[in-house]
Design a protein around this ligand. Structure first.
Ligand code: ATP
Ligand code: MG
Length: 161
C-alpha cells in the first residue's frame, strides 16, 4: 500500500517538520493504491524525498505528499523551498553532488538512492519546479501493476447503476 508507506514516513518525520513550523500535509489517502515491490526500499525512497523537502524548505513553509492514480500509481512531493536550478536537476542524481550554497549539511547520497530504488521498481523519478509557485516537485511514476484495478470514483459507480 503506497498510502501506508506515506503515512509511516509522514508520522516519522512529522516532529522534524513541526520543529521548523512546516505544514506537512498528505493528499490522496482516500484512494487505496497498490505498488508491487519491497516495502522497506519504498519507505527509504519516500523518506529521502520527504527528508529533502523538509530539510531545504525554510521555516514556516509547506510540504505536501500526494498519491494519485493517473493510469498507474503516482507519488508527488511538493515543497515551498528554494527549488533546484534546472541545470542541476539531473546532476543531483549523481552520488555526492550537492547544489552550491544550499546551506544545509548532507552527503549528496539521498537522491542517488531514490533513483536506484525507483529503477528497481521500474518507476521513473523527475524533479521539476513546483507549479504551485516557488519550490520543488518530485514525482515518482510507478508502472501499471496487475495488482492495481483503476480506483472507482463516484461518477463510475453512477454510470454502472
Ligand atoms: P543526504 O545524503 O543526507 O540526502 P543531500 O540531501 O545533500 O544529503 P540528496 O538528497 O542527494 O543529498 O540531494 C542532493 C542535493 O539536491 C542537495 O544537496 C540539495 O542541494 C538538492 N536538493 C534535493 N532536494 C531538494 C529540495 N527539495 N529543495 C531544494 N534542493 C534540493
Ligand atoms: Mg537528501
Amino acid at each position: 500500500s503506497l498510502g501506508a508507506v506515506v503515512r509511516e514516513v509522514a508520522l516519522d518525520l512529522f516532529p522534524r517538520a513541526q520543529a521548523k513550523n512546516i505544514d506537512l500535509g498528505a493528499e490522496g489517502g482516500e484512494v487505496e493504491l497498490q505498488v508491487e515491490g519491497n516495502p522497506v526500499l519504498l519507505r527509504e525512497l519516500v523518506r529521502n524525498l520527504v527528508d529533502n523537502a523538509i530539510k531545504y524548505t525554510p521555516q514556516g513553509g509547506h510540504v505536501t505528499v500526494r498519491t494519485r492514480f493517473a493510469g498507474s500509481p503516482v507519488l508527488e512531493i511538493e515543497d515551498s523551498g528554494p527549488g533546484i536550478p534546472e541545470s542541476d536537476r539531473e546532476l543531483v542524481f549523481e552520488r555526492f553532488y550537492r547544489v552550491l550554497g544550499s546551506g544545509v549539511d548532507g552527503s549528496g547520497l539521498g537522491l542517488p538512492i531514490v533513483r536506484e530504488i525507483a529503477e528497481l521498481h521500474r518507476a521513473s523519478v523527475t524533479l521539476d519546479a513546483n507549479p504551485a509557485g516557488q519550490g520543488t516537485l518530485a514525482r515518482i511514476v510507478f508502472p501499471r501493476s496487475h495488482l492495481q484495478a483503476p480506483p472507482l470514483v463516484q461518477g463510475d459507480v453512477d454510470a454502472l447503476v
